[in-house]
Write a protein that binds this ligand. Sequence first.
Ligand SMILES: Nc1nc2c(c(=O)[nH]1)N=C([C@H](O)[C@H](O)COP(=O)(O)OP(=O)(O)OP(=O)(O)O)CN2
Ligand SMILES: [Zn+2]
Length: 131
Amino acid sequence: MATIDYTDHRPARLEVEFHFAAAHRLPRYDGPCFRMHGHNYRFLVAVEGDVDPRTGMVADFGRVKELVQEHVVQRVDHRTLNDFLENPTAENIARWIFETLAPRLPGLAEVRLFEIPGCCVVYRGALAGPA
Ligand SMILES: Nc1nc2c(c(=O)[nH]1)N=C([C@H](O)[C@H](O)COP(=O)(O)OP(=O)(O)OP(=O)(O)O)CN2
Ligand SMILES: [Zn+2]
């Protein structure tokens, strides 16, 4: 049996993947994305923290899945994103997902959103201002 020193708390990061399909248009875009069109979005939610010595987990994958499904996926899947975001770029969608989850998901570290295969945005919350 492997030996782990459980009193030596170590951080870890978990990531859970989600999908939704939605329509959007970019009202300030000079090109085809100005017109209404759709994407199959994919996003990863990352949670960081110390591994609980009793459970051996940072957070329960199942609890993360429930929270994100309820508060994000069910609100955007098969919807028009412009109904609640004025300019639904990948950057703004990732930020909206992060800010929706942050009060509900302790340890939320990052949202990585793929709008089209090979192109993603990473949002990590507000950057620290000058000291
Ligand atoms: N930084 C960003 N750039 C672009 C965004 C965005 O949200 N953030 N969004 C778009 C368009 O909405 C669209 O999602 C991407 O279009 P495009 O690059 O044209 O990719 P397609 O796969 O749809 O088209 P191809 O011409 O086949 O590559 C644009 N940029
Ligand atoms: Zn688009």
